[in-house]
Design a protein. Structure first.
Length: 266
């Protein structure tokens, strides 16, 4: 499983452009040639998985639609199993597509009965306003459960660390409602379990490649998976070496191609 931002590419702050990182195309191409299954899991929820996969293919990354996972993929899988049928989505148009794809009805702030829902799902929403926060809070006070795509304060872009809008929105909603939140993106075990399901292995047999000790590493550690750290995001070799417990990588890669040394060693 590969992280996206900081591992395979760097996007700009608007998510409108991508810069591929060294070895990204070559490593995925080699995995495909060797028949080794892989998926990409991003914490970005702006685009539906198929649309995100298409964007990546245009950059040269050999990624099929089914190999692209977002927090919304995880949310749809989890909510479907929980029997959730109607959701208030705080997010841009693409955030709720994965939910609609499995038959879950989505509504947005200002639409009829926008607080008469089973759950509130918070994702990428740079245009979020107080009306969105108000609707979310009233839905939760009426009994809706709270879900978030990510609870990570920053992610790596070409301009450096960029704040996670979902993190800020969840902070406001939770400060007002005191509601517990289910995080569906990394580092949740919900995410790792869906990754393992897509790969056809147990969670402990997943190899996670990522740039963040607080995201990919914690997820891998919780699930007893193998964690390979990279330094192309905002984590240096020294930062990785200073980590302890579940935040520590099994190995820090000098380049992505070293993934194959780990795989060949079993």
């Amino acid at each position: 499983m590969f992280d996206l931002d900081g591992t395979l590419l760097l996007s700009d702050r608007s998510l409108g452009g991508y810069e591929l990182l060294p070895g990204a195309v070559e490593v995925l191409t080699k995995l495909k040639a060797r028949g080794i299954p892989f998926v990409i899991l991003t914490n970005g929820s702006a685009y539906p998985p198929a649309e995100q996969a298409a964007k990546l293919r245009r950059t040269g990354l050999p990624v099929e639609d089914h190999q692209m996972l977002t927090p919304s993929s995880v949310t749809a899988d989890h909510m479907q199993r929980q029997g959730i049928r109607r959701v208030l989505v705080l997010g841009s148009p693409g955030v709720g597509q994965a939910l609609r794809d499995v038959g879950i009805e989505t509504v947005h702030t200002g639409e009829p009965d926008d607080t008469a829902v089973d759950a509130v799902y918070v994702g990428w929403h740079p245009d979020c306003g107080m009306k969105d926060i108000d609707s979310a809070c009233h839905a939760i006070w009426a009994g809706a459960r709270l879900y978030g795509a990510s609870d990570v304060p920053f992610f790596a872009t070409k301009q450096g660390r960029t704040i996670g809008y979902t993190f800020a929105m969840l902070a406001a909603i939770r400060r007002l409602t005191k509601a517990p939140v289910t995080i569906t993106g990394k580092p949740s075990l919900h995410a790792l379990r869906l990754v393992a399901k897509r790969l056809g292995v147990l969670p402990r047999n997943v190899v996670v490649v990522g740039d963040d000790p607080l995201v990919e590493a914690i997820m891998a550690g919780r699930g007893k998976a193998t964690m390979l750290g990279v330094t192309t995001g905002f984590t240096t070799v020294e930062d990785w070496e200073s980590q302890t417990g579940v935040r520590r990588a099994h190995r820090v890669l000098r380049n992505l191609d070293e993934v194959f040394e780990v795989l060949d060693a079993g």
